[in-house]
Design a protein around this ligand. Structure first.
Ligand SMILES: [Zn+2]
Length: 264
């Protein structure tokens, strides 16, 4: 079978293991049942902005935007990568309605285990999605705060003691540090300034996450449609936003907006 469309970020649902779907425009292709099969993804030489769908000669910024969306959308503002720089309170948010729905909402500061332990933040309603997108195998919430900026301020403090980045090669090789999330959480809490303690979540539980996988790669080769027009191999796993093939790994989100043909 062959499908043609604009590639979107992978969609997933928490389950044992997590259920993944590849999206091409509005079409959804269940990936778990394709494990063990040979797949092929070919670039059809067309880029579409992931926000407005407009054709563009190239993408701007990291989110695969056309130029007007890169320049104007709040999703492409610096505060999206650095939440501590949120400027909603100064009345300068690029889109106040977006700010109210996306940022001025309860946020969770969490610890996740993807390669090593890392600290991160997410909108409360987006928590599970965020953990899966990062390829976490375990996660635990630390605190709930009223806004994204509050979460960003706390993340800056905690990131002095624990990483805030994932080593994606280790994550894809399933090389996970042997860590006790609850013990690390207790150590970090002891370092938090007292006024923040009111936001701690009492007795949080560790959430385990299992990804579809047939086997693990020894060596990680990154596959990109910018370097080769066609990518192919046997699908041996899906984790975070990656398709894991026996020939290498393909980061789907990085290719959102690319027009492709997908064949099984
Ligand atoms: Zn656009």
């Amino acid at each position: 079978m062959k499908h043609i469309g604009i590639l979107q970020a992978l969609e997933h649902e928490p389950a044992e293991p997590i259920q993944y779907r590849l999206r091409l425009d509005d079409e959804k292709i269940a990936l778990n049942e394709l494990l063990g099969q040979r797949i092929e993804i070919s670039f059809l030489d067309e880029y579409r902005c992931i926000y407005c769908g407009r054709k563009t000669k190239k993408f701007y910024g990291k989110n695969n935007s056309c130029y007007p969306c890169f320049r104007d959308l709040p999703e492409n503002d610096l505060c999206i990568v650095k939440p501590e720089l949120c400027h909603y309170h100064q009345g300068t948010c690029r889109d106040a309605t977006f700010g109210e729905h996306h940022c001025m909402q309860p946020h969770i500061v969490y610890l996740a285990l993807s390669s090593d332990i890392k600290v991160g933040i997410t909108r409360k309603t987006n928590m599970m999605k965020r953990w899966i997108d990062q390829g976490a195998t375990q996660a635990v919430a630390i605190m709930e705060v009223p806004s994204r900026k509050d979460a960003g301020d706390i993340e800056v403090i905690l990131a002095q003691h624990v990483k805030d980045k994932t080593n994606w090669r280790k994550m894809l090789k399933n090389e996970t540090a042997d860590c006790d999330l609850l013990a690390t959480r207790a150590e970090l809490v002891a370092k938090l300034p007292e006024p923040y303690h009111a936001y701690l979540i009492p007795d949080p539980e560790i959430i385990p996450l299992t990804y579809p996988s047939l086997s693990t790669l020894e060596k990680i080769t990154s596959l990109s449609l910018d370097k080769q027009a066609t990518i192919s191999g046997t699908l041996i796993g899906v984790k975070a936003q990656y398709l894991i093939l026996d020939s290498g790994v393909f980061q789907v989100r990085k290719h959102a907006g690319y027009k492709v043909a997908f064949a099984v």
